[in-house]
Design a binder for this molecule. Structure first.
Ligand SMILES: [Zn+2]
Length: 106
């Protein structure tokens, strides 16, 4: 016998482990993504959230966190899901579906 335990707001369907690797995702989304520093963990690119002429956006390739260093823009987030939501104007569920991190079957 199956027991269905409904998750709050269906969040049980969200599978963070299925989110794309930040390096793979940002390499596809951002033009001329370049590593910064020597750690290999960070990279910068032109910010897609404002009319950027410099590589103002810094991304963490391990966590996916991103931040634009232009104060008037101030785009930031904790991971590729936040980025996807902000860039394409999507809600959480829609963004998770697009990124393949939403289970549509039990
Ligand atoms: Zn920006």
């Amino acid at each position: 016998m199956r027991t269905l335990v409904p998750g709050r707001h269906g969040l049980d369907r969200f599978d963070r482990a299925r989110l794309p690797d930040p390096l793979t995702y940002y390499a596809a989304e951002l033009e001329r993504l370049r590593p910064t520093g020597n750690s290999g963990r960070h990279a910068s690119a032109r910010c897609p959230f404002h009319d950027d002429t410099h590589p103002s956006l810094t991304v963490n390739l391990e966590t996916g966190a991103f931040r634009c260093h232009v104060p008037e823009c101030g785009a930031h987030g904790r991971g590729v899901l936040d980025f996807h939501m902000a860039r394409y104007g999507l809600g959480f569920v829609a963004a998770a579906k697009e990124l393949g991190a939403w289970r549509t079957t039990p």
